[in-house]
Design a protein around this ligand. Structure first.
Ligand SMILES: [Zn+2]
Length: 314
């Protein structure tokens, strides 16, 4: 039906329909030409409804998908490796991709598909209450070789909590993951990056979890758009880096094909956080240094000093 503001209102209905169709067809062929002022607006002819397509997914990338090599690196790291990490001093172009705030019933499985296609193992810092809601997503994550880390049960700012409340947040998330997938987590990440040094040591000694921060933060939770997320990660990635992202947000998952493929094409290899820590190079004892007061990258104590809590999400 013509819209009230259509210029062809004076035409009869039958003439209008036939003429409108012809104009629309020719306009589609020569769309770069100047618009015919008598042409109906697209809304006037776009009345055909298409059925829902529940099988829709993000279109696959064109061409061959780059593939992360098979990496047979142990996940067993020493408790002496450190209390806090935002990056790890390693030999080789290894990075750890980490995803916080899941599991999410749609976004996490979509991300798992993308990771599987590239043979990439990542680390998921999960919220315990979401684990209780979507245990099957955590089971699939574990079954596909990814690592799970403790991101508390309710995602509260731990630095404001008492020791007993901190223990409860850790324990409830630990139990949720154990119930869902039968695994014990090895690391934790505090919501918003906020955890006092004393609390980090308490969690390390009582639960065995080092605190995992990050070296690259694309601020994806602010939803700057997938291409911005990808370019920030590609710019910030360095060997031994720990990259922060959130599988809670669909645009972050949308950013992953370009991000992951870009990193692979630059020669980076993906490992989990535990694998990265297990690769940590030990400082050579009594090694001469020209800058004895400069913290060594990858040193756990140094990371504690340089890691400023940054906003997370939620
Ligand atoms: Zn979080």
């Amino acid at each position: 039906m013509p819209t009230p503001h259509n210029a062809d209102q004076s035409h009869s209905g039958s003439n209008y329909s036939r003429r409108g169709f012809l104009i629309t067809a020719s306009a589609a062929i020569a769309s770069c030409k100047a618009a015919d002022p008598t042409a109906p607006k697209p809304a006037a002819v776009a009345s055909v409804k298409t059925p829902a397509n529940p099988g829709y997914r993000t279109p696959a990338v064109q061409g061959p998908i780059p593939r992360n090599p098979d990496i047979s690196q142990s996940r067993n790291f020493s408790k002496d490796a450190g209390v806090t990490f935002s990056r790890v001093l390693v030999s080789g172009n290894y990075v750890a991709m980490t995803f916080d705030d899941g599991p999410h019933p749609q976004n996490t499985p979509r991300l798992l598909d993308l990771l599987r296609a590239r043979n990439i193992k990542a680390t998921f810092f999960v919220i315990g209450r979401s684990v209780d809601l979507y245990p099957h997503v955590v089971r699939r994550t574990v079954a596909e070789g990814h690592e799970i880390g403790n991101h508390t049960y309710t995602h509260r700012l731990l630095s404001k909590l008492s020791d007993s409340e901190v223990r409860k947040e850790m324990t409830r998330c630990r139990d949720a993951v154990a119930n869902a997938a039968g695994v014990q987590m090895r690391t934790m990440r505090p919501p918003y990056g906020g955890l006092l040094q004393r609390q980090r040591q308490l969690i390390h000694s009582e639960f065995g979890y080092p605190t995992i921060l990050w070296s690259v933060d694309p601020l994806d939770w602010k939803r700057p758009g997938p291409s911005v997320v990808a370019s920030r990660i590609l710019k910030g990635a360095t060997p031994g880096g720990i990259i922060l992202a959130h599988d809670l947000h669909a645009p972050t998952v949308d950013a992953m094909p370009a991000t992951l493929d870009g990193l692979l094409k630059r020669g980076f290899k993906f490992v989990t956080v535990s694998q990265l820590i297990a690769m940590k190079k030990q400082p050579v004892a009594a090694a001469p240094s020209t800058q004895p007061d400069t913290p060594t990258a990858g040193d756990a104590t140094a990371q504690t000093a340089v890691s400023a809590p940054l906003p997370d999400t939620l």
